[in-house]
Ligand binder design. Structure first.
Ligand SMILES: Nc1ncnc2c1ncn2[C@@H]1O[C@H](COP(=O)(O)OP(=O)(O)OP(=O)(O)O)[C@@H](O)[C@H]1O
Length: 294
């Protein structure tokens, strides 16, 4: 059974169509990035999953249950952008208070370790920096050991070091077969920390696949090498190649799949390939192309 299913879901806020007939399914154990520009509908989708908003149309199911039931059963943990913390409590007291609300919570020490809060356990929540408060929100999201973790722009306000530690904690949490869905506009985070990227733009799925597949889908990659005096005939028929340019003995192949083109070059031709350079479209270029198109 899928962990998360959106079935033709739309959400209107008055005249604004924030989510537009969205259908997608996420298998258990996946770490999925919901990537999109400002206003794409990421937070709305997460709030729909949590049952904080009701869809205008369509249905959402979480391990076969309604969002309300899934929340009640402790299936979902969420780290939202502005969750309030109780300022008088220490980090340890706050995390322990929340974990005790659940039937089978994680151990307190494990949560503090995963969220990199062990050294801050005695600090009052009201005295934390923005990035430290984010780590407490992460801890609270994991406290009940939910099978699905939803993270809305989790690294906003974190410095570089905190980000690294945060992602390490997220991967440790996900490693036990748990499902993680995180919203971000940071392309490099989607690229590095998910095994599936769903690009949404204007409330619709604009692309869906691994970061590598999405990059391949927009083309813009090249394979370049020194050809010298050898003939360029036949290079245009190599796998993935859409155009061939030759200039001053250097050939540039424009391709949608550098791996397949290079394999074809070595296996399917007898050319003496020297000074090989590959360049790929990065996720940023792919993202801009996709969100502009849709
Ligand atoms: N409560 C609301 N009332 C009216 N419009 C809203 C409301 N919440 C969101 N919207 C609109 O719905 C659209 C989707 O917003 P949403 O917050 O889901 O996008 P997002 O992808 O999370 O954006 P961001 O990356 O900026 O956080 C936007 O056009 C936004 O202005």
């Amino acid at each position: 059974m899928n962990a998360i299913v959106f079935d033709n879901v739309s959400k209107h806020y008055g005249d604004v169509l924030a989510v537009d007939d969205l259908s997608l399914a996420i298998e258990p154990g996946r770490t999925v990035a919901l990537l999109g520009p400002n206003g794409a509908g990421k937070s709305t989708s997460i709030n729909l999953l949590l049952g904080l908003l009701a869809p205008t149309q369509g249905t959402i199911s979480i391990h076969g249950r309604t969002p309300a039931q899934a929340v009640k059963d402790g299936e979902l943990g969420a780290m939202l952008q502005d969750g309030a913390l109780i300022p008088e409590l220490s980090v340890k007291e706050l995390v322990d208070l929340v974990r005790r609300l659940y039937p089978n919570p994680l151990e307190l020490g494990e949560i503090l370790e995963l969220a990199d809060l062990t050294a801050l356990a005695g600090r009052r929540a009201g005295k934390l920096s923005g990035g430290q408060a984010q780590r407490v929100r992460f801890a609270l999201a994991m406290a009940g050991a939910p099978r699905i973790l939803l993270l809305d722009e989790p690294t906003a306000a974190m410095d570089v070091e905190s980000r690294l530690r945060f992602w390490a904690g997220m991967h440790d949490y996900a490693a036990g077969g748990r499902t993680v869905l995180f919203a971000t506009h940071y392309l490099e985070e989607a690229d590095e920390h998910s095994d599936r990227v769903i690009v949404i733009a204007r409330g619709r799925v604009a692309a869906d696949g691994t970061a590598a597949e999405i990059k391949r889908g927009v083309g813009g990659q090249t394979v370049r090498f020194a050809l010298g005096e050898q003939p360029a005939a036949g290079l245009g028929t190599l796998p993935g190649v859409s155009a061939v340019e030759v200039s001053a003995g250097v050939v540039t192949l424009h391709t949608s799949d550098t791996d397949a083109t290079v394999a074809g070059l070595y296996r399917g031709t007898t050319l003496d390939v020297r000074d090989l350079h590959l360049s790929g479209a990065d996720l940023e270029a792919a993202f801009l192309a996709i969100t502009r198109e849709s």
